[in-house]
Design a protein around this ligand. Structure first.
Ligand code: CMP
Length: 483
C-alpha cells in the first residue's frame, strides 16, 4: 500500500515537471517567434523552410501539452469524480476511448490553429485511398474496438467475475477488459486473452461475483444404504465446509438409480466462486469422511455388484489396539484387562477430516470420546469469536461432561488433523461405574478441573474444584442411578 502511494506521488511529480517544461518551451517559442524568424531568415533564404522550422516544433509541443492535459482530465474524471459518484473503478476501455476522442479533437483544433491554410476536412473526405487503406488495415482492430464498446455498454460481466468463453472454453477470473481483448487468469494461473470480437460472437458463461453461484459434486453409494440417512449425513457434513454459503442449505439428491449404484449429486452454493476447485475437493473429502463415519459405502460397480457386504461402523482398527488405547487413558487405569476388552467392544470408531466439528457447544450429548489417533481442539465461542481452550491428543478423552451430567455440551471440539475417535455410550459407562465405583470419582475430578479451565478461559471466577467435584460426584451417581 505504502509502495503504491509513493509510486503515485512520484508519477504525479514527474507529470507536473513534464507539463511545466513543455509549457515553458512552448511559451518561449511563441515569445521569441519574431527574433527566431529573423535569426533563421538570415541563415536560410527560403521563407517556407523557416516557417515550417518554427511551426513543426510548435505543433509537437502543443500536441504533447494537449496529451498531458487529456491525461490530467482523464485522471480527474475517472479516478475522482467517477469513483466517488459510482463507487467502483471506471472500465479501462471507457477511459481509453475518452482519452482518444479528447486528444483527437484537441489535436485537430491545434493543427487548424497552426496550419490555418490546410483544410483537414477536405483532406479526409477526398482521400478515398487513405480511407480504404485505413479501413483494411484496421479491420480487426476496429472490430475488436466496437465489440469492446458493446461489451461495456451491455456489462454482461465485470472484473473479478469468473467466465467461460471462446471455442477452447477458457475459464478463469476476468482481470481486465480493454479496447482489444478480455484478459482472463485461468485456474492454472495462465493468462488467456480472448479478443472482443470473438467474445461478442460466442456464448459466455458468467458466474458473477455478486451472485450466489452453485456447483454440483457427484458421488455414488451402494443400494443397501438408506437414502434418507445419506441425505442427512452428507448435507450436514458439507454445510459448514469452508466457502460453502450459509445462505442456502446444500441439497443432496438422487440423480439416477444406476446399474450398480445410487448416483447422487450435491448442489451447494459458494461464497467465492473463484475458489470452486478447492471447495469441490473439500466437499468430496467431507463426503468421504461422513459416509465412512456413518457406515455408508461408496459404490465401486465392479466390486459391489456381486458382493454382499456386512457394513460395519467400526474402522479397520483391531479390538486389541482399542483396548491398548483405552488402557492408556488415565481414568480407565483401575480397569482389569477383561473390563478393558469389554469396553473396547462397546466403542464405535469414527474418523474426522481436519477442520470438521466433532462436538458442537450447546448440543445434547450422550456419549464421550477417546482420541485414538490425531488431535482435536476444544473451543469456546464468545461474541462470534473462537477461543481455543485446550488441545487433546491420543489417549485424551472429551465429551464426558455432557455424558455424566446430562447438561448440554460445554464447548465445541474440532479436529486439527485427520482424527480417529472412539465413542463410548451411556450404557457402557453405566456398566463400568457399577463395577468400579472409584471411576466416578476420578472422572468427576477431571470434569471439575475442566470446568475451572472453562471458567478461567471465559474469565469468570473459577469454582472451587474440591467442592465442585464433591457436588459432581453426587449428581453423576444420581444421573446414572448409582448408590
Ligand atoms: P462436553 O461438555 O460434553 O463437550 C465439550 C467437551 O470439551 C467437554 O465435555 C470436555 O470433554 C471438553 N472440555 C471442556 N473444557 C475443557 C478444558 N478446559 N480442557 C479440556 N477439555 C475440555
Amino acid at each position: 500500500m505504502a509502495d503504491n502511494s509513493s509510486n503515485q506521488k512520484n508519477r504525479f511529480i514527474v507529470f507536473i515537471l513534464a507539463t511545466a517544461f513543455v509549457a515553458l518551451a512552448l511559451y518561449l517559442l511563441v515569445l521569441f517567434d519574431l527574433p527566431l524568424r529573423d535569426y533563421l531568415g538570415a541563415k536560410i533564404t527560403s521563407h517556407a523552410v523557416v516557417d515550417s522550422l518554427i511551426r513543426i516544433p510548435q505543433l509537437i509541443l502543443s500536441s504533447v501539452l494537449a496529451f498531458l492535459g487529456v491525461r490530467a482530465l482523464n485522471a480527474i474524471t475517472f479516478d475522482f469524480v467517477f469513483r466517488i459518484r459510482r463507487g467502483y473503478e471506471a472500465p479501462a476501455l471507457v477511459r481509453n476511448i475518452f482519452s482518444m476522442v479528447a486528444f483527437t479533437v484537441l489535436f485537430v483544433l491545434i493543427f487548424q490553429h497552426i496550419y490555418a491554410e490546410v483544410n483537414l476536412g477536405a483532406l479526409f473526405t477526398t482521400s478515398a485511398i487513405f480511407g480504404v487503406i485505413i479501413g483494411l488495415a484496421l479491420q480487426d482492430t476496429l472490430g475488436n474496438f466496437f465489440a469492446g464498446i458493446s461489451l461495456h455498454a451491455d456489462r454482461p460481466f465485470q472484473v473479478g467475475d469468473v467466465i467461460t468463453v471462446g471455442q477452447q472454453k477458457h475459464t478463469g477470473v476476468v482481470e481486465s477488459i480493454n479496447w482489444r481483448a478480455i484478459k482472463i487468469r485461468t485456474f492454472q494461473n495462465h493468462i488467456a486473452l480472448v479478443s472482443n470480437s470473438i467474445a461478442a460472437k460466442e456464448a459466455i458463461e458468467v458466474s458473477s461475483r455478486d451472485n450466489l453461484n452453485a456447483r454440483l459434486v457427484f458421488f455414488s453409494t451402494i443400494y443397501t444404504d438408506s437414502p434418507a440417512k445419506t441425505i442427512h449425513v452428507v448435507r450436514e457434513s458439507v454445510r459448514d465446509a469452508d466457502n460453502v454459503s450459509e445462505k442456502i442449505t446444500p441439497i443432496v439428491r438422487i440423480r439416477n438409480l444406476g446399474e450398480s449404484s445410487i448416483e447422487w449429486e450435491i448442489k451447494y452454493w459458494l461464497e467465492d466462486y473463484a475458489k470452486y476447485n478447492d471447495t469441490d475437493a473439500l466437499v468430496r473429502q467431507r463426503t468421504w469422511y461422513a459416509l465412512r463415519r456413518n457406515g455408508l459405502t461408496f459404490a465401486f460397480p465392479t466390486r459391489t455388484l456381486h458382493l454382499e457386504r456386512k457394513v460395519t461402523t467400526r474402522p479397520t482398527t483391531a479390538e486389541d489396539d482399542i483396548a491398548d488405547r483405552l488402557s492408556a487413558v488415565d481414568v480407565f487405569a483401575p480397569l482389569s484387562t477383561d473390563e478393558l476388552r469389554q469396553l473396547a467392544m462397546a466403542t464405535v470408531g469414527h474418523v474426522f477430516a481436519p477442520g470438521e466439528t466433532l462436538i458442537r457447544a450447546g448440543d445434547e450429548g450422550s456419549s464421550m470420546f477417546v482420541v485414538h489417533n490425531g488431535r482435536v481442539q476444544v473451543q469456546l465461542t464468545e461474541g462470534g469469536k473462537l477461543r481455543p481452550v485446550a488441545v487433546l491428543s491420543e489417549g485424551n478423552f472429551f465429551g464426558e461432561m455432557a455424558l455424566f451430567t446430562g447438561e448440554p455440551r460445554t464447548a465445541s471440539v474440532v479436529a486439527l488433523e485427520e482424527t480417529e475417535v472412539l465413542e463410548i455410550g451411556h450404557a457402557a459407562m453405566k456398566h463400568l461405574f457399577e463395577t468400579n465405583p472409584s471411576l466416578v470419582e476420578s472422572i468427576s475430578w477431571t470434569i471439575a478441573e475442566r470446568r475451572a479451565g472453562l471458567a478461567a478461559s471465559a474469565q469468570q471466577s473459577a469454582p472451587n474444584s474440591l467442592a465442585e467435584s464433591a457436588g459432581l460426584l453426587t449428581s453423576i451417581k444420581h444421573f446414572f442411578g448409582l448408590r
